[in-house]
Ligand binder design. Structure first.
Ligand SMILES: CC(C)(COP(=O)(O)OP(=O)(O)OC[C@H]1O[C@@H](n2cnc3c(N)ncnc32)[C@H](O)[C@@H]1OP(=O)(O)O)[C@@H](O)C(=O)NCCC(=O)NCCS
Length: 157
């Protein structure tokens, strides 16, 4: 289990059964879906000023390929660089393990897109109607319904 400070954020790995569910549900409203991928995943928690403020879950896929299943920052601590610090930390962690690519699925609009693209993620494909077909309730953000999922990939050099 790794531990390292990145600016004001201290990141540690926690066992999947200690994953902070409330934080993870900020990124995915389906607790059932989160519980389905947690057992095979690795979970990281970022703390700042003594409290846990950020979480990230990564699922190993094929050899050298990992999928970032979830990343979130407590709402009152967002836009202070913690999300970027955690994302960079996790990318570097899996780079040291020999990752060749990190994938993530996200909506087709919103600040999250820029958040990932700043760290080198690029659009690989579109899963049309993913959010319609896979969630019982419509998901809205900024008054717009999420319909399609963008699959982003970040290749390691
Ligand atoms: C996405 C998320 C993890 C980013 O974490 P964060 O700590 O707020 O991110 P950072 O402070 O590192 O911000 C990076 C950039 O993202 C953008 N950003 C972050 N939150 C934003 C918001 N609410 N509105 C607009 N832009 C935002 C900004 O451009 C910011 O750059 P800036 O600080 O120069 O303005 C966080 O917003 C979050 O937890 N959201 C809810 C869960 C979620 O959507 N997860 C991703 C699922 S795909």
């Amino acid at each position: 289990m790794g531990r390292q400070d990145d600016a004001a954020l201290s990141v540690r790995e926690v066992p999947a059964d200690e994953a902070p569910m409330a934080l993870l549900m900020l990124a995915d409203p389906s607790e059932e879906k989160i519980r389905a991928y947690l057992p095979g995943s690795r979970c990281f928690v970022g703390s700042s000023d003594g409290s846990d403020v950020a979480a990230c879950v990564v699922l190993p896929r094929d050899a050298g390929t990992y999928e970032l299943m979830s990343i979130s920052v407590r709402p009152d601590r967002q836009q202070r660089g913690h999300g970027t610090a955690l994302l960079k930390w996790v990318l570097a962690f899996f780079g040291r393990l020999g990752a060749r690519r990190m994938e993530v699925g996200t909506g087709t609009f919103g600040h999250q897109l820029a958040f990932y693209q700043r760290q080198g993620f690029r659009v690989a494909r579109i899963d049309r109607d993913f959010f319609v077909d896979n969630y019982p309730e419509p998901i809205f953000e900024d008054g717009i319904r999420h319909l399609d999922m963008l699959r982003l990939v970040r290749e390691y050099a």
